[in-house]
Every structure is written in structure tokens, then in C-alpha cells.
Design a protein around this ligand. Structure first.
Ligand code: FAD
Length: 494
């Protein structure tokens, strides 16, 4: 059988392994750490269970598709429920809003709680849908780096919504033009953080993101986000994929511009196809040191990172749900801190995710498991120990004020994740969550392609390459790689 080697078992690597196994390759996944999932991990802290990484799940059909592709029934492996409401929003002025899944109910709530005209809310969601359907086939579903992408009718469709594309404006400017209420603008601007960008710099095109959550829906996987990775690994193993843990890849072997295999900490393996799910920067710097690196792409500004406090909280908060956002007073200042000053504002927007709201066994009775996250700069030499302490204090003060009860005495257990640890655990360059940021108009074109134009047999998937970071886009990167890799009988065995 023709051999394929995958470097890394992040969600993109697992999905690619499944696709290539279905295609007929003998697939081995080499993983540097002792388990699968990359950023998608879970852990127990005393009697609390936490999802360590991603917490918001959109586009579940991309997971289902992998089971269907392998001839399985998705629900035999993996189930999820649609969230309604999706998110509870809290502002410093005391206003609150529940973002209902149903666009009508969401518009009514925005009108009742914030005085935003319901028609304008419905219009903005429709516009987001138009943006998404007009551009997804060109920008997300295919390689942007092949001529046939530009020769398809999808490009005409994208050109058809050129006026909506927002290429000449920023996300924030587009939102502020449509809404006079700064709170609703802040709610819409927040979607820039879904790929680690800054709404005051990112192009208005990113205003397609609300469509994913508000029109297609937000979901919760039974068993937590980790169930996405664990159910897919189960499928991969059934298909014969071999996972080799604690086996770091050190080199991609090349002969005459053709991939011939990989060298790991434990041995040397032949492969006609190699797919790197490792961040693109260390892939070139460490695994391909003798090859010319695409410097312009590798030097694109990185996305933001995150500081997370996992807290076991000895109390229940009926006003909170699975996803909760506590907004800052001054959003622009917050993003200036992250992207220009490389610091953390003392009044950050705080995201609190509580899976025990849906899975009571994730926390002891009468308690809740709080995943408390603040967007922060990627690592550029900051003193994280000091930042962890000062941010903890700021977050506790903010949540105590906005919930009307001191939070610190309720914290029974704590674990912290910072950009340095994220880099250490997953080799994500500078601890960025989503590879490069989307803070400029050309960002989509400056992500690395899913293939190498110079080295035959070498492909790339995951959050640091096209089409970008976040679980759904990583799954799409695997689909694109699948479309690029020839059938095994068309590949010269090594
Ligand atoms: P990664 O998860 O980056 O994994 C790469 C794997 O490669 C790792 O297992 C690593 O050990 C392995 N590896 C690296 N180098 C080597 C080597 N040399 N040899 C062998 N193995 C190697 N996304 C969402 O959609 N929704 C969210 O709510 C969300 N929130 C997030 C919150 C946090 C705290 C974090 C960290 C991320 C979040 N994301 C979210 C982003 C999402 O988790 C990532 O985009 C996605 O999981 C990345 O998957 P990946 O395929 O790029 O691989």
C-alpha cells in the first residue's frame, strides 16, 4: 500500500488521516506529545472536568461528513445539540442580552434590551449570510493557490457580492455605519476574535462570521469539545490509521524535489505523501532547514493568543449559561493593547464558558467549572508570570462587579494556560491561537497554500495554513488536502 505520513494529531491532522485512509493510503500519524488533539484537550482538576482549548462549536456537518465519508453513521460515534440561546452578553452599564438562535427572537431581544431596531438586526444577519454564501466556495472550500479555483463560476459569485465584501473598510467601520448603539457594534465586532484578529484593522469581509453562529447555528458536542477529537480518532483507528505518540518528527526527507519520508526521534519512515499539521513556521524552520522558506508568508503578523484561568467555582450562577461574555468599557483600547502595545488591558473583555451547565457531571453538585478566557497578544517576550497575576486581579474585579458578588473566595481550584504554554505544548509559533491574523485585506492570500509548489508529495493542513484557524477551517483544510492528493495508484511509491 502507498504510505502517507501525517505530522501532528491536531484536529486538522486527524481529519486528513481519515480522508487519506478512505482514499486507500496506509496512514501513520506521528505525534510529538503523548496524546492526540493538539489544542483540543481536556483535563480533570480535583472534581472538575475542563475542555482545555476550543469551546465554541460551529459547522458540525464538517465532522459528520468524515463519518459519512467512511461509510459510518455519525450519530453512532458523535452527537451534539443546537444551542439556544447561544451566548449571554453583559455590558459594564448593567445591560444584558441573550443571543437567541432564532434570528427573529434575537432581533426582538436586541430591540427590547438595547433599543436596536429589530429590522436592522435582521438585515445585518441577512447581509452576513450573503457575504458567506458569496465567498465561501472561493475563499474557504478550495485552494486559493491553484488556477482552476479562479476559473470557476464561484469567482463570478464572489464578484457579484463585491459591494458587500467590505474590502475597503474595516469590520468595525462597517458595523458602526449600520448601528448607532455602541453595545451592538461591540457585539458584532467581537466576531473578529474568532480568528484572532482586530475588528479595527480586519477587513469588513470578516463580517461573514456571525452567519456561522447566528444563521447556521452554534452547537454543543455531547461529552464536551474533546469528544470531536476522540470520536474522530476512534474512526481513524477503525480505518487502520496508526497513531505513534511521543514521536516527534525532526526532518522531512527530500530527494530530487520529491518527498521520500520523515525522520523522527525514534526512527526513519518512508512515505510518498507527507502532510504537516504542525504550525507552518516551525515546519520550515525545523523540518525543512535546507529548503528555501517562503519568508513573506512566514513573517505575516500572528493572531492573538489567550490567557485562560480554569476555575472550580463553589457556587451556581443561574444568570450564566454555557457561553458568557463580559464586555470591556473601551473595546478599541483593548485591541490597541493586544495588537499595538503587546500588552493586556486592565479592563479586558472576559469570556466565561461553563460546560457543567449542560453536563452536570463536569462539576461537583452546587459548583460550576469556569473556563475564563481573555484575548491577549501572542508571545513576544512578555513577562507572563506578571501578566497572569495582574490579569487575574483585573478579571476577578470585573466579574465581581458585574455579577454583584466577590468571585475570589469562590475559587476552589485553579489551573492557568498562557501563550508560552500553548507554544510549548503544540509548537504553535509564538503561542498564536489561529496562525496568522486577518488584520489586512491580503491576509487570506498570504496564508501558506495546502501544498508545496516546489516539493512533490508535501501538503499542509491545520490552523496556520489556508483557509485559517478555528476547528471548522482546520476541517476544511483537510478537505482541501484530500482534493489535492492524488489516488494512491497515481503516486510513485518510495
Ligand atoms: P494543533 O491543535 O495546532 O495541533 C498540532 C499538533 O501537532 C499538536 O498535537 C503537536 O503536538 C503536533 N506537533 C507539532 N510539531 C510536531 C512534530 N515536529 N512532530 C510531531 N508532532 C508535532 N477554535 C474554534 O473553532 N472554537 C473555539 O472556541 C476555539 N477556542 C480556542 C481556545 C483556545 C484556548 C485555543 C488554544 C484554541 C482555540 N481555538 C478555537 C482554535 C482551535 O483550537 C485550533 O484552530 C485547532 O484546534 C488547531 O488544530 P490544528 O489542526 O491546527 O492542530
Amino acid at each position: 500500500m502507498t504510505k502517507a505520513a501525517i505530522i501532528g494529531s491536531g484536529i486538522g491532522g486527524i481529519a486528513t488521516a481519515i480522508r487519506l485512509a478512505v482514499k486507500g493510503y496506509a496512514v501513520t500519524v506521528f505525534e510529538g506529545s503523548d496524546t492526540f488533539g493538539g489544542k483540543m484537550q481536556q483535563f480533570d482538576l480535583q472534581d472538575y472536568r475542563f475542555d482545555a482549548g476550543p469551546s465554541l462549536f460551529t459547522m458540525p456537518h464538517l465532522v459528520d461528513e468524515l463519518f459519512t465519508l467512511a461509510g459510518r453513521t455519525p450519530s453512532d460515534y458523535f452527537t451534539y445539540t443546537r444551542l439556544d440561546p447561544i451566548t449571554h452578553y453583559f455590558w459594564p452599564d448593567g445591560s444584558r442580552l441573550k443571543a437567541y438562535a432564532d434570528p427573529e427572537a434575537f432581533a426582538t431581544e436586541a430591540e427590547q434590551q438595547l433599543g436596536v431596531p429589530r429590522q436592522a438586526v435582521q438585515d445585518v444577519l441577512r447581509k452576513s449570510a450573503r457575504l458567506y454564501t458569496g465567498t465561501a466556495n472561493t475563499f474557504l472550500h478550495k485552494s486559493l493557490h491553484r488556477l482552476d479555483t479562479y476559473l470557476s463560476t464561484d469567482v463570478l459569485k464572489a464578484l457579484g457580492c463585491l459591494s458587500d465584501l467590505g474590502l475597503t473598510t474595516t469590520m468595525h467601520a462597517a458595523n458602526a455605519q449600520q448601528f448607532s448603539d455602541p453595545r451592538f457594534v461591540q457585539l458584532l465586532d467581537r466576531f473578529a476574535t474568532y480568528n484572532g484578529s482586530d475588528p479595527y484593522q480586519a477587513p469588513g469581509t470578516l463580517n461573514l462570521i456571525p452567519h456561522l453562529e447566528h444563521n447556521i447555528g452554534a452547537f454543543y458536542p455531547k461529552g464536551g469539545m474533546y469528544a470531536i477529537a476522540s470520536s474522530l480518532v476512534k474512526l481513524a483507528e477503525e480505518l487502520g490509521v496508526v497513531f505513534r505518540y511521543s514521536e516527534r518528527v525532526e526532518r522531512i526527507r527530500i530527494t530530487a524535489n520529491q518527498v521520500t519520508g520523515i525522520d523522527t526521534t525514534k526512527g526513519s519512515y518512508d512515505a510518498a505523501v507527507v502532510v504537516s499539521n504542525m504550525d507552518i513556521v516551525p515546519t520550515y524552520r525545523h523540518l525543512l532547514p535546507d529548503q528555501p522558506a517562503p519568508e513573506k508568508i512566514l513573517q505575516q503578523p500572528r493572531s492573538s493568543s489567550a490567557l485562560i484561568y480554569y476555575w472550580g467555582i463553589q457556587r451556581e450562577f443561574p444568570e450564566l449559561h454555557l457561553h458568557n461574555i463580559f464586555f470591556s468599557q473601551n473595546y478599541q483600547e483593548e485591541f490597541e493593547h493586544i495588537f499595538r502595545q503587546k500588552r493586556i488591558s486592565q479592563d479586558p473583555t472576559v469570556y466565561v464558558n461553563i460546560t457543567s451547565k449542560l453536563e452536570p457531571q463536569d462539576a461537583p453538585a452546587g459548583s460550576e467549572n469556569w473556563f475564563v478566557m481573555v484575548n491577549v497578544p501572542h508571545h513576544q517576550g512578555q513577562n507572563w508570570e506578571a501578566l497572569i497575576d495582574s490579569t487575574r486581579e483585573a478579571v476577578q474585579k470585573k466579574l465581581s462587579n458585574m455579577l454583584g458578588i466577590p468571585i475570589a473566595p469562590l475559587i476552589q481550584a485553579e489551573q492557568v494556560l498562557d501563550p508560552l504554554l500553548i507554544e510549548q505544548k503544540t509548537s504553535s509559533f509564538a503561542g498564536a491561537l489561529y496562525g496568522s491574523s486577518s488584520n489586512n485585506r491580503m491576509a487570506a492570500f498570504l496564508r501558506h497554500p495546502n501544498f508545496s509548489s516546489k516539493l512533490k508529495g508535501l501538503y499542509f493542513c491545520g490552523g496556520s495554513v489556508h483557509p485559517g484557524g478555528g476547528v471548522p477551517l482546520c476541517l476544511l483544510s483537510a478537505r482541501i488536502v484530500d482534493n489535492l492528493v492524488p489516488a494512491p495508484n497515481q503516486v510513485k511509491s518510495v
